[in-house]
Design a protein around this ligand. Sequence first.
Ligand code: GSH
Length: 211
Amino acid sequence: MKLYNFSPSPNGRRVNVFLKEKKIKLEVFELNVREDEQFKEPFNSMNPFNCVPFLELDNGEIISESVSVCRYLEELFPDPSLFGSTGLQRAQIDMWNRRLELDALGPLGNAVRNKLPFFAGKVLAGTRNSIEQNPEIVDRGMQMAKLLFERIDSHLGSNEFVAGSSFSIADITGFFVFAACDALEFEIPNKYSNVLSWKKVLLQRDCFKLD
Ligand SMILES: N[C@@H](CCC(=O)N[C@@H](CS)C(=O)NCC(=O)O)C(=O)O
């Protein structure tokens, strides 16, 4: 099994954080997406979505999408569980992870790609084209994240982690929501004090520290 990754990228880091938290060691091939290696063969055939991370199994099967890669690894290395141990926990963690991805990480990721000059000509991940950067997508991404913070602040007041009392894949997604806010220089309003406390807890966790 081999992981194809670009460790400095946000989704690459998401998988690396998961591996570190679970103390999993994998063979890794660093694929430099900043130099467009993902469009060259054999990588283009392995993942026609032209993104990292993706996992190549020993039988040649490919799994891409950072959370799907993590989900597969959780099957092989169940402890400590980051996707939940009971049916209820699994559903709750999935619910929170989806909320964070759909309502914040995705919209903020689009905002980053529509704002930073580096992403001109590549506003959609895994593509190179002439679709223009659009400042309305930047504003909408931050509006959506703010709405999510509004909705989760009181929940975080009574839960140490976003899906309850244990650290999970949803907290890893949360960390990268905060990283995207930083990339956009979007300051989370102080009134979301529980969101800010959660951020602080995550920042102190070993798995998020760069080696
Ligand atoms: N939804 C995918 C997104 C993957 C993604 O956007 N990967 C970026 C790095 S963070 C990438 O490979 N970009 C290459 C490009 O845009 O050409 C996932 O969660 O894995």
